[in-house]
Design a protein around this ligand. Structure first.
Ligand SMILES: Nc1ncnc2c1ncn2[C@@H]1O[C@H](COP(=O)(O)OP(=O)(O)OP(=O)(O)O)[C@@H](O)[C@H]1O
Ligand SMILES: O=P(O)(O)OC[C@H]1O[C@H](OP(=O)(O)OP(=O)(O)O)[C@H](O)[C@@H]1O
Ligand SMILES: [Mg+2]
Length: 282
């Protein structure tokens, strides 16, 4: 039985549960459930605080976990990223009142409030900066107004929280983050149970990113058409009953589908269809 840690709260928990559900795994029905078994797929899910997940996984008691890259780095736990999942994307940045700091050089001697002490302490040390760090559990944007710190370091997605607090980010982002799958550092990379789980999640990622495109085109236009829709390996080309015409089928990135349909139409392709992919194994 594969033992998997899943975020029980916060920004990661809803999208993680959605992705696991799409990958065919049983998920909990109500938020008080802390652990469920999916006997058909031979996995057991443990619903844990996102911050604790890398620590459980590094202990070896759980095989893999879903967490944020920033939380993994912040924890300092002996776990490593094995797959990026594309949701809960954020940057991690310093911010202050406008005009009070312009770059990380201005951090010397300042007090920085953050929930991510591990990331900040390492970043300051790497850059030879001597500043004090105050740990707060959340809502750190308010710390400056209330005089607890002069600078904050926090997760920024849209920047709305910073703007609402009258703050501005400064300096290069300390890191970019998204949801990831982690396993214990040095764990067996070939474990078939882990590989199967990763293939399922990769299938969801592909199904979310690609659509299937079908169209008919004249044989003379085939090379041009195939250049527009190269597919992941190579498109399927089948003869049509009408001589001189072929049917082509290829996966294309969903975000480019409309442009590709226009381009195909322009070179004479017709009956151009796109359909959603519900699941796949590459
Ligand atoms: N607004 C956001 N947009 C995208 N990702 C976010 C956002 N806020 C937090 N994250 C990401 O979610 C993870 C933080 O998990 P956490 O459980 O702290 O979420 P949270 O929404 O802040 O919940 P909590 O209320 O418990 O603090 C990190 O990887 C972080 O980068
Ligand atoms: O740039 P934005 O789109 O505004 O998103 C960033 C905000 O979202 C998170 O806060 P959350 O709601 O999790 O509260 P918290 O600070 O208590 O964790 C994060 O800590 C920032 O405050
Ligand atoms: Mg938070």
């Amino acid at each position: 039985m594969l033992r998997i840690a899943v975020p029980n709260k916060g920004s990661l928990s809803g999208p993680a549960a959605d992705m696991l559900h799409e990958a065919g795994y049983r998920q909990r029905r109500e938020s008080k459930e802390l652990r469920i078994v999916d006997p058909v797929n031979e996995v057991e899910f443990f619903y844990l605080r996102p911050r604790d997940i890398a620590i459980y996984v590094s202990s070896g008691r759980l095989d893999i976990g879903i967490t944020g890259r920033d939380l993994l780095i912040d924890s300092g736990a002996g776990a490593e990223e094995i797959l990026a999942l594309g949701f809960a994307r954020s940057t991690f940045r310093y911010a202050a009142k406008p005009g009070t700091a312009g770059g990380i050089g201005d951090l010397n001697g300042r007090t920085i409030a953050t929930s991510y002490e591990g990331i900040v302490a390492k970043h300051l040390a790497d850059n030879g900066i001597d500043a004090s760090v105050v740990h707060l559990d959340g809502a750190v944007e308010t710390a400056i107004e209330l005089g607890v710190a002069e600078v904050i370091a926090d997760v920024v997605e849209t920047g709305t929280s910073l703007r609402n607090a009258g703050l501005e980010p400064f300096g290069e982002p300390i890191m970019t983050s998204e949801a990831i799958v982690v396993r214990r550092t040095g764990a067996d990379a070939e474990d078939p149970k882990v590989q199967r789980f990763l293939r399922r999640l990769q299938g969801v990622l592909v199904a979310r990113t690609y659509v299937m495109m079908d169209y008919d085109c004249r044989v003379e236009q085939l090379e041009k058409a195939v250049a527009l829709t190269p597919g992941l390996e190579s498109p399927t080309v089948s003869p049509l009953h009408n001589e001189g015409w072929v049917a082509v089928r290829a996966m294309v990135p969903a975000k480019d589908a409309q442009r590709i349909m226009d381009d195909l139409y322009a070179i004479g392709a017709r009956a151009i269809l796109t359909t959603a992919i519900h699941a796949c194994r590459l």
